[in-house]
Design a protein around this ligand. Structure first.
Ligand SMILES: Cc1cc2nc3c(=O)[nH]c(=O)nc-3n(C[C@H](O)[C@H](O)[C@H](O)COP(=O)(O)O)c2cc1C
Length: 190
């Protein structure tokens, strides 16, 4: 897959085949993420790869999935839930710049996963204090985002948004549609 196809075809995945992602693949994803741009090259991000079953379950239970179509895209533990998460942690006193650092890293990670036939769901909606406790983080670190990683068990589709409507939805076949605004509507040239 070339970069254009990768970028256009990647979709967030919220249903997963119950097959563990090999550690080498997870290592590759973090490896790709850690090459991303970051402010002043300070590299404040750290990664926790979570794939011990009991821990994954506890983390999973803190996550909230696809609010606009809830509960239809909330996976069920043991049926189609992810078998691993990657947590991004930052210093507890970090400023806003880490949000951009994490964004660059996670998008890189998601594209690297997609290239290898893996899907991701990026989480801002979860309980960071509970997850920090489960991961036994010191007070000096906090969990900024989670990313679920696994083999896709759904095939969401991207489409052009009509009349500015960007509300994602499930169709009658239970396929998730993700409308994206046309690039010429969101770009000005000077
Ligand atoms: C910062 C950020 C936070 C997100 N948090 C969640 C979340 O908590 N739960 C969830 O199900 N999806 C979450 N997502 C995934 C978005 O819903 C998804 O990216 C969006 O619907 C567009 O779909 P696409 O990734 O397939 O283009 C998040 C995405 C981003 C960038």
């Amino acid at each position: 897959m070339d970069f254009t196809e990768l970028s256009v075809s990647r979709r967030t995945i919220r249903r997963f085949i119950q097959k563990m992602v090999p550690d080498e693949e997870l290592h590759h994803l973090v490896d790709m993420a850690h090459y991303a741009s970051c402010a002043s090259n300070k590299q404040p991000l750290r990664y926790v790869v979570i794939r011990e079953n009991g821990l994954v379950k506890k983390v999973f239970e803190t996550t909230r999935w696809a609010g606009l179509v809830s509960p239809r895209r909330t996976p069920v533990w043991g049926v189609d839930a992810p078998l691993c998460f990657i947590a991004l942690t930052v210093p507890s006193d970090a400023g806003n710049m880490v949000l951009a650092d994490a964004g660059a890293a996670i998008q890189t990670l998601q594209l690297a996963a997609w290239e290898r036939g893996l899907g991701c769901c990026w989480f801002a909606s979860f309980d960071p204090e509970a997850v920090a406790q489960y991961l036994q983080l010191p007070p000096s670190r906090k969990v900024l985002y989670l990313v679920a990683v696994g083999f896709p068990a759904e095939h969401p589709v991207g489409e052009k948004a009509v009349d500015g409507n960007v509300t994602y939805y499930l169709d009658e076949k239970d396929v998730l549609h993700i409308p994206k605004l046309p690039v010429d509507e969101i770009t000005v040239w000077k």
